[in-house]
Write a protein that binds this ligand. Structure first.
Ligand SMILES: CC(C)(COP(=O)(O)OP(=O)(O)OC[C@H]1O[C@@H](n2cnc3c(N)ncnc32)[C@H](O)[C@@H]1OP(=O)(O)O)[C@@H](O)C(=O)NCCC(=O)NCCS
Length: 172
């Protein structure tokens, strides 16, 4: 399957609407809400979106000048309360979403690769993420992209236990 070469990825700009980005997150994460999994992105308000991207780099995928996907990258920082995520050489991605009508055409994989290339360019050793331990389809997808299980964690804001997964970046 060839990736859609008409999709481009760039950092979120000040002209982009956080309201629309939040609505995109809600639409994409609805499938998880329907599974009973209260990911923050299933219900977060615009201020929460703003806060979650404020200390990171939010990338957006564009198709025909419309935002159809997003991922947020964060440099290593302490305070996660999870040993692996607190390491100084491990970046973290979150708020990963593709507009439902545009899923299954490689945009998600392109966003992941973009974040990985960005993390590698920062000299980081690993890129980590977390998801629900009940989201077997996502865990399988991340495994196919090269991520491995690290540890489980229970966040305050979620109604499920999460798995932390990580990918070694060195080999590209
Ligand atoms: C997870 C998510 C971001 C993936 O985005 P996506 O754009 O659908 O992902 P991709 O298209 O790259 O990959 C999905 C599948 O599409 C298919 N696919 C990939 N490229 C394709 C192409 N060019 N043409 C047709 N199909 C393709 C593949 O079957 C692929 O799975 P595989 O590579 O493991 O076999 C998206 O499903 C989503 O927004 N989900 C809801 C929110 C969510 O779960 N976020 C993560 C929370 S931790």
């Amino acid at each position: 399957m060839k990736p859609d070469t008409t999709v481009s990825i760039r950092p979120l700009s000040e002209d982009d609407s956080l309201e629309e980005l939040t609505e995109l997150l809600h639409r994409a994460y609805k499938v998880l809400a329907d599974m009973g999994l209260k990911f923050l992105a299933t219900w977060q308000d615009v201020e929460t979106t703003r806060k979650r991207i404020s200390n990171g780099t939010c990338f957006v995928a564009l198709k025909d000048d419309r935002i159809v996907g997003t991922i947020t990258f964060k440099m290593p920082h302490a305070g996660h309360g999870v040993a692996w995520l607190d390491r100084p050489d491990i970046g973290h991605i979150s708020q990963m979403a593709v507009e439902p009508a545009y899923q299954n055409r490689g945009i998600g994989a392109c966003l992941m690769k973009h974040a990985e290339d960005h993390a590698r360019a920062q000299g980081l050793a690993e890129l980590a993420l977390d998801t629900s331990e009940q989201a077997h389809h996502l865990i399988s997808w991340y495994e196919r992209l090269g991520y491995r299980f690290v540890e489980c964690v229970q966040w305050d804001v979620t109604n499920y236990r999460s798995v932390v997964m990580s990918k070694t970046l060195a080999d590209g």
